[in-house]
Write a new protein. Sequence first.
Length: 131
Amino acid sequence: MCDKDNLVVFTSNHCLIVDMDTEDIVLRGKRHKNVYKVCISSLPQNKLTCLSALNDEILLWHKRLGHVSLSLLNKLVSMDLVVGLPTIKYNDGKVCDAYAKGKQVKNSFKSKNCVSTTQPLELLHIDLVVP
């Protein structure tokens, strides 16, 4: 909305979108829980370009679809299951930082050679985080 030279104002209960050129109110919205809801059916069809996806970057679609694997993106493209998803080949070599960190695994800890407890079922505290 801001890229279309609109002023977007959020309050605790409402949101207002104003065209900066004409100073006309484009949209009004009400807050429901933590989401501002607007009725876009009142907009003319030529004004809805702000709601379409204009960027066809692979990692952007990966993030938009909840960090899905790139092989799943290829499957979605081949079966034409997502409206607006560009028909390009998604390379399996690229991953975003958040996806890579979520897939990291930790090596197992070394086995202890001595018994640290003095009686059966005694509570044992172990620091598993290495600085």
